[in-house]
Design a protein. Structure first.
Length: 366
């Protein structure tokens, strides 16, 4: 019998290393912000720390920002050197599945010109760079864990985590596509597809066209929920959703389902750190007072200060402070990070201190 015959294959849920960590929020191609933050945390240009700390990225390293290739080249090198880890975010999932979405014109030629209106100027990756990024991203896990901490991009859901544990590392694209195909088959087996086609005759516009407001397309929403909630990898990387009461425009398209604050039902005692939700550090007091130009997810954190944990047990922390929205400020002529409402942030563990790319540091409060 081979020596390693009894060793189970590595799964899409991987262990976190022992020792102190710095958990970094969604970078979204904001190379300057990443450099600033790593400098404040004490890392050298290669991602090494004099005290042996490790960097952990919660996903969404890519898209929307001005220099995703610089971020990805640095990450690939630091990852190969053993200085950092990462989980898959939904934007890396789009990359490995060749699914060209809003903000990915740096990678997909089919989107480059379309994205210039919002995101230019941005650096476009070369073919060898694209191949390198896709290869590494497909080998990333969807979750990391140890006894005192769990890290996932969007939602720690027990059933989805257990499904991911059964999938071998390196199978993310194949498994995701399989779940998508199953959802599509189910959508076509009943009346759902016919109702979607009927809705398209009533509202024939592109869902990315923000100038044409649709009615609430119920069948479209049902299809989105079917694809969302029957795919465990999608739950872990994009969260828990429910039918929306009205259509809304977010992430470059009209949506008919709403992201849910899953953490309000999380009852396990192990802390969880996520990204994905475009939190604001300075938080409005209520959902109704959320600024109209704030990321749509900011309302999920209404009344919760930026350095506070949230959830039923106050043991979930979203580390995404919306640096991926800086492109919208650049369109308004705001180019200095010191003027930005949006930040790249790190949660230091086990210290539980929050560090922003501007250098501000805060104790987090449960």
């Amino acid at each position: 019998m081979p020596e390693n015959a009894c060793i189970p294959p590595a799964s899409l849920v991987q262990p976190l290393p022992a020792g102190p960590l710095d958990i970094i929020g969604d970078v979204h191609g904001e190379w300057d912000a990443l450099q600033q933050l790593l400098g404040h945390l004490g890392y050298d240009t290669e991602g090494a720390h004099p005290q042996g700390r490790k960097l952990v990225f919660v996903g969404d390293l890519c898209d929307r920002g001005p220099n995703t290739p610089a971020v990805m080249d640095w990450f690939c090198n630091a990852y190969a050197a053993g200085h950092c880890l990462a989980v898959l975010g939904n934007h890396e999932v789009n990359l490995i599945r060749d699914d060209a979405k809003d903000g990915a014109g740096w990678y997909f030629d089919s989107r480059t010109e379309r994205d210039r209106t919002k995101y230019a100027p941005f650096v476009v990756a070369s073919p060898p760079q694209r191949e390198r990024y896709a290869r590494l991203c497909n080998d990333l896990p969807v979750a990391l864990e140890r006894a005192d901490l769990r890290i996932v991009h969007a939602a720690w859901q027990a059933a989805a985590i257990e499904a991911a544990r059964q999938l071998p590392l390196g199978s993310a694209r194949r498994a995701y596509d399989c779940f998508e195909a199953q959802a599509e088959q189910e959508a076509h087996s009943g009346t759902l597809q016919r109702r979607i086609l009927q809705e398209k005759t009533q509202w024939p516009h592109d869902v990315e066209d923000g100038t044409q407001t649709p009615p609430l397309l119920v069948a479209h929403g049902e299809r989105e929920l079917l694809k969302q909630m029957t795919n465990p990898l999608k739950v872990l990387t994009t969260g828990v959703e429910a039918a929306a009461q009205a259509p809304f425009y977010a992430g470059g398209k009209w949506r008919f389902t709403d992201r849910q604050a899953w953490w309000n039902g999380y009852e396990e005692t192990t802390p969880v750190v996520v990204g994905h939700y475009w939190r604001l550090f300075t938080t409005p007091q209520s959902a109704s007072s959320t600024p109209s130009n704030a990321p749509i997810e900011a309302a999920l954190f209404a009344g919760i200060p930026g350095n506070h944990w949230h959830g039923k047990l106050r043991n979930v922390f979203c580390i995404d402070f919306s640096v991926g929205a800086r492109w919208s400020e650049r369109l308004q002529g705001i180019t200095r990070p010191a003027q930005s409402r949006f930040h790249l942030a790190a949660l230091r563990w086990p210290e539980k201190t929050l560090v922003l790319d501007c250098g501000d540091t805060f104790e987090t409060i449960a």
